[in-house]
Structures are given as C-alpha cells and as structure tokens.
Design a protein around this ligand. Structure first.
Ligand SMILES: [Fe+2]
Length: 388
C-alpha cells in the first residue's frame, strides 16, 4: 500500500520519495547467500524463425555491427561496445527469448550467482565454455519469476568502433540500454530484483497502491530492466540507445523510405517515465525493439524514486499521445533452459490498459482535473474502438 502523503508532488506532475514505495505480500524468500554483483545488462539471445530476414532488419536497416556469424547464428553489437555482442540472433522453430544476459564484476561473482539461485530452488546451469560464442564461464538460471537469466564475466574483447565515423549511419545504435519484462505480480518481481541488488528508479501506481510497472537499475541510468504488469513471464522489449533524438527520427525516415513503416508500432515520442526520447519497432518475428536516448543519471545512493499516477496521460508519452493496445497486450515468449516455452501466468491485478483506455478507464492531462476537462476530440483517443 502506498501513502501519497509520504511522497512529494513535483511541479512536473509526478511524485518523488526516497525509498522504493513498493511492498509485496507474496515475496520470493530472500536468500542468505549474497547476490552476485551485477554491472549491467549485456546482451539478449533471441530465437528467430527466418535468420536472413532478421539479419536484414538488425544489420541492413538498424545498422548493428556483425561481430561473427555462421549459418544458424548472428552475433551483433552496438557501435560503442567492446564486448563480443549485445544481441544474438539464433535460428529456431519458434520466435522466443533464450536469455537475458548480465555482466558481473568479477569471475568470482559466478559462484555467488550459483549459490544465490540454488538456495531459491531454481534450476541452475554453469558452463565454463559459455553458452554462446565470445563468452566464457557463464551461469544460466530459470529465475523465480520464470525468466531465463544469464551471468558472465569472461568475454572476448572486440574493437570499440566509436571513433569510426566513416561507419556511422544517421540512425546509429550506440549502446544496449535495457530489457523490459512482462510479469503478472510487479511488487513480487520488484522485491526479488531488489534482493538481486537492483534499485527502483521510477514506477507507475494508482492511488490505491496497485503497481502497474517499475524500472530498476544496476548501472547509473534509469534502468537495466523494467517490470511491466501483464500475463507472463514474457519479454516486452530490448532497447538500444542512439546519441541524439535526430538519430531516432532518421530511423523513422529510413523505414518509410524502405516501405517498412509497418515495423513502427509506437512513437517516436518523449516518455514521461525516464524522460527519454523513444521509438518502438517490431522485428520480422514480432519481437519488440525500443530505440531510446537521453534519460538521466541515477547513480547517487539517495537518487529520488519517481512515482507516476497511472491516470496521468503524460506518464508514458509526455506529449499525451495514446499508447496503442498492441503495446500493452503483445510480448515475446521466453524459454526455459531446455528451450521449451515457459507457461504463462495471468495477471490478476488491474491492467494498465483497462484503467486508462478501457471502457471504464480514464486519463487526465492536468493533475486535479478529471477526464471531462479534456477537449471532446481528445477523449476519444483514450477509448478502445474510437480509432478510425
Ligand atoms: Fe524501454
């Protein structure tokens, strides 16, 4: 339960507090074993059904760099990266996510990862030769939320191409920024991730304390991963950064010129949450990719936690543009360590779509005013079925 009296309302319309204002009555037990010291999200392994089409999308259209490839796998990195890859495309029968992979601070942290997840009764697999090319000793787990997580330290270094301006495209992707996971019980997921050493930077709640989504970080940005409330475990998106806003507009222009505008799902726009400029794309298998730039520094220990009201229609788009329903409902299957799809558990808390754009939902632009204060033409944007 959240008490807004304990938060400070800012002049921008959201609330801030010093402690993560999320509590769960259904926690994953906290292990006695210490959590591994995680540095950052490092790469995602995606299973794709048509490797050539996916390679075209990520390499020829989005401009990621091929580190290495064979007939079944393509290893890709962003232009500022010095580790072997940020994205693995692996050919397979069903589009899915095989791993959310994080880099840890030292080789010894892998022992900690094994102990931490073993104590929780999770399935844990360690391979000294790694699960993918370019990466050595690694641990993969099926975590208590049902996600396939990986941890590694040992990795092949490759050339950081940041100075190679001859290689930059107008929409160059410079870094992997974050993952986003769909999970039915957001407070349970957040409490578990806090045990794993993550800190909450922002969240979306209603006045009764229902939590719709939360953003969590290890590196000093808004997030390394986010938990989005919905039927899960599923993968909502993987996000790459550009240097500037205009790089994102260049990607939109290029997709239009290639007659590939149907890969654009949402945006471009400015987020409320994270303050970043964004664009959501769908790859040939429907995996969602966000292009993201210019969030803010969060590294101080007393970094204020931001809480958005779920009915604030500027929380997900600062310009008040509505979120398309597919963005709320569709997400990628995640796999267990044998490569089988993880079963989906339905969300029982209220859905963000239902409370904002559903028949009984509402959104406001100015705090303290109801939806009735919106102009008539704008109200319709927030109701399903009002679109032409
Ligand atoms: Fe994102």
């Amino acid at each position: 339960m959240t008490n807004r009296d304990e938060m400070t309302l800012t002049s921008s319309g959201f609330y801030v507090s010093q402690e993560a204002p999320i509590h769960t009555d259904n926690p994953v037990p906290t292990p006695k074993a210490p959590a591994p010291d995680i540095l950052r999200c490092a790469y995602m392994e995606l299973v794709v059904t048509d490797l050539e089409r996916s390679r075209n999308f990520y390499v020829d259209v989005l401009g990621l760099t091929v580190t290495e490839e064979d007939e079944n796998t393509v290893y890709l990195r962003s232009i500022e990266e010095f580790i072997h890859h940020n994205l693995v495309l692996r050919k397979g029968p069903v589009a899915a996510v095989a791993a959310f992979s994080y880099r840890v601070r030292s080789p010894e942290e892998l022992d900690r990862a094994v102990d931490f997840y073993t104590e929780l009764g999770c399935r844990v697999e360690r391979r000294s030769e790694g699960f993918t090319k370019g990466i050595g000793d690694s641990v993969r787990v099926e975590d208590p939320l049902g996600f396939p997580y990986e941890f590694f330290y040992d990795v092949e270094h490759v050339e950081r191409l940041a100075w190679r301006y001859d290689l930059y495209t107008p929409g160059a992707l410079v870094r992997l920024d974050h993952f986003n996971q769909v999970t039915p019980d957001v407070p349970r997921a957040v409490a578990f991730m806090q045990d794993l050493g993550f800190r909450v930077t922002e969240d979306i709640q209603d006045e009764e304390g229902t939590v719709y989504a939360a953003w969590m970080r290890r590196k000093p940005t808004v997030h390394d991963t986010a938990m989005t409330g919905g039927d899960g475990p599923r993968m909502h998106h993987v996000a790459f950064s550009t240097h500037e806003k205009h790089n994102i507009l260049a990607i939109c222009d290029k997709l239009g010129a290639l007659r590939m505008s149907d890969h654009i799902e949402r945006g471009p726009g400015r987020h409320g949450v994270s303050n970043a400029f964004y664009l959501y794309l769908r790859d040939p298998d429907g995996h969602r990719v966000e292009i993201y730039t210019q969030d803010y520094y969060t590294g101080d220990p007393d970094n204020p936690v931001v809480t958005w009201d779920v009915h604030d229609n500027q929380r997900r788009d600062w310009w008040g543009n509505p979120v398309v329903p597919s963005w709320y409902t569709e997400a990628s299957t995640v796999l267990d360590l044998d490569g089988n799809p993880q079963p989906i558990v339905a969300r029982t808390d209220a859905s963000e779509m239902a409370v904002t754009i559903g028949a009984d939902g509402f959104s406001y632009t100015r705090p303290g005013e109801g939806e009735e204060s919106m102009p008539e033409w704008k109200k319709g944007e927030y109701k399903l079925g009002h679109q032409l």
